[in-house]
Design a protein around this ligand. Structure first.
Ligand SMILES: Cc1cc2nc3c(=O)[nH]c(=O)nc-3n(C[C@H](O)[C@H](O)[C@H](O)COP(=O)(O)OP(=O)(O)OC[C@H]3O[C@@H](n4cnc5c(N)ncnc54)[C@H](O)[C@@H]3O)c2cc1C
Length: 481
């Protein structure tokens, strides 16, 4: 038996979710599941991972009976609160090749980028009005030391014949991103952006149309590990041949995952609609922008002319517990707003109207992994997106679908489907050490912005950053929220 942790509901929903609720006021008030049920596959979690898994299963074999249970409403987790950057893994190609070998590394990069295009196609084919715009992702340096951090990714892709990055002159980068604080950059042409919560709700609608039985307001409190496994909610039980845990950082409640995933927050602010001011500063294109700081800044405009601006990694969980600090933004919002004001000094007077936060499932290697619970091949999971799950959840769902259907294909057999590759130290070392390292990372960020050297102790503590995140040379993705 395994207990899952409770899912708290944010006191104030994210901008994107408020937009959804204006269109679908009933979304929050679904009837919970009651009684005893049987399904071929029961998916726990109604974010992108759960919804794509359900859809891939139905596309592969429409006769499979799929149930999905969600604690809140579909999209209320990270999938409805993120920055809406839809990107694949071209920037991570050197890391993918190093970790998984040439063939699989290139396949994963190619498939992740194909997933970005597939999301656009699904939106078009099924009338999902999620404001999907394929304007690319501008990877930029907002500190002199970060200039050129994308070179290795450009070399790795071009060497293999993939022409995905477009070099831009520094003044062009500053012009497109609407601020001279951008010192240089490169455009990942394969990226896109969406209104993330509308995407999640659209996928829910398509899944229902494919016959997936979705129950919201039905938190799973317990997984009974048996044959078949049983999923228990406060008023119901579902026995299924396969259970798919698609619950993002909440998965860290389970003992086999606790040290493999560190729940971290990513925080966002949004301005009032300022279409005129966007025209004045010259940010009129559809590209989303990310810088190269370890606690990345990521920002984009919205359909009604706001800027939605986020900062990754500002706090983390003790013992993997997702407390209210992952639902209601606290003092960290001030830091995110300060970053926005630094990067857009010309918008100093523009009001911030929305603030929100959400959980990120940061793995030690900064990349996702799939597997099954110890001794329970019928209870499978996918986690570890590490702040880059909007695009990759498409192939994440494909991997989970293949595993649930026991297909012997390249997804089921992929090395990403063999559990965690490494672990964090145990708490409380991870928690207290992590706080110390985070302070040092933030100090280094200020030093880099000011173009001054950091004190030796700051440099020393920065060396304890998890392996997958150690600076641009570690091939992390600048767009990882
Ligand atoms: C602020 C923020 C900004 C981000 N920006 C980006 C970005 O721009 N681009 C990008 O690629 N990625 C971004 N990410 C990451 C991205 O949002 C996630 O990787 C992705 O949404 C993960 O989808 P998921 O379905 O795995 O998780 P979620 O969307 O979190 O879905 C998990 C679901 O499981 C449910 N759940 C949990 N426990 C239970 C239970 N016991 N019973 C039933 N249901 C349960 C939750 O309510 C939730 O709905 C961001 C994340 C955040 C928080």
């Amino acid at each position: 038996m395994s207990l899952l942790q409770p899912v708290n509901r944010a006191r104030r929903r994210a901008l994107w979710l408020q937009e959804v609720l204006a269109l679908e006021p009933e979304a929050e008030s679904g009837e919970p599941l009651t009684g005893s049920h049987r399904a071929d596959v029961c998916i726990v979690g109604g974010g992108y991972t759960g919804l794509w898994t359900a859809l891939h299963i139905k596309w592969l074999d429409p006769s499979v009976d799929v149930m999905l249970v969600e604690a809140d409403f579909c999209g209320a987790g990270a999938s409805g609160r993120n920055g809406g950057f839809v990107n694949g893994w071209w920037e991570k190609l050197p890391m993918l090749v190093e970790t998984y070998g040439e063939e699989e590394g290139v396949r994963l990069a190619r498939e992740s980028a194909a997933g970005v295009a597939a999301i656009g196609r699904v939106c078009a084919d099924y009338d999902i009005d999620a404001d999907y715009r394929a304007g690319g992702i501008l990877l930029t340096a907002t500190a002199p030391a970060h200039l050129g951090s994308w070179e290795e990714a450009i070399r790795a892709t071009r060497e293999r014949g993939f022409d995905v990055f477009e070099r831009l002159e520094p003044n062009e980068v500053a012009r497109r991103a609407g601020s001279p604080v951008h010192l240089g950059g490169v455009l990942d042409r394969t990226g896109a952006r969406v209104q993330p919560a509308l995407l999640a709700r659209g996928l829910r609608r398509v899944a229902v149309a494919h016959g997936v039985r979705i129950w919201e307001q039905s938190p799973v409190i317990e997984i009974v590990r048996g044959r078949p496994p049983v999923v228990r909610t406060p008023f119901a039980a579902v026995a299924a041949d396969k259970v798919v845990l698609a619950i993002n950082a909440w998965l860290a409640a389970l003992p086999e995952i606790r040290r493999a995933v560190l729940p971290m927050s990513s925080d966002m602010v949004a301005t009032a609609p300022i279409p005129e001011r966007l025209r004045e500063i010259g940010w009129t294109g559809d590209e989303a922008v990310a810088d190269e700081h370890m606690m990345v800044h990521y920002y984009r405009t919205t359909k009604d002319g706001r800027i939605a601006f986020g900062k990754g990694g500002c706090s983390h969980a003790y013992l993997g517990r997702i407390t209210r600090q992952f639902e209601d933004p606290g003092p960290r919002v001030a830091r995110t707003e300060r970053s926005f004001r630094r990067i857009y000094p010309a918008l100093a007077d523009v009001p911030i109207t929305h603030t929100w936060t959400g959980p990120i499932d940061r793995s030690e290697t900064n990349s996702l992994f799939f597997g099954h619970l110890d001794g329970n091949p019928d209870v499978i999971y996918g986690v570890g997106y590490s702040g880059n799950g909007v695009g990759p959840s498409y192939i994440g769902g494909r991997t989970l679908a293949s595993t649930a259907l026991e297909l012997r294909d390249e997804w089921q057999g992929s090395p990403i489907n063999r559990g965690p590759r490494s672990q964090y130290p145990p708490d409380p070392i991870r928690y207290f050490g992590g706080n110390l390292v985070r302070s040092a990372v933030l100090q280094k960020e200020s030093d880099l912005n000011a173009d001054r050297p950091s004190r030796p102790v700051v440099e020393l503590l920065n060396r304890f950053v998890p392996s997958g995140l150690r600076g641009p040379e570690a091939h992390g993705s600048a767009a990882d929220a």
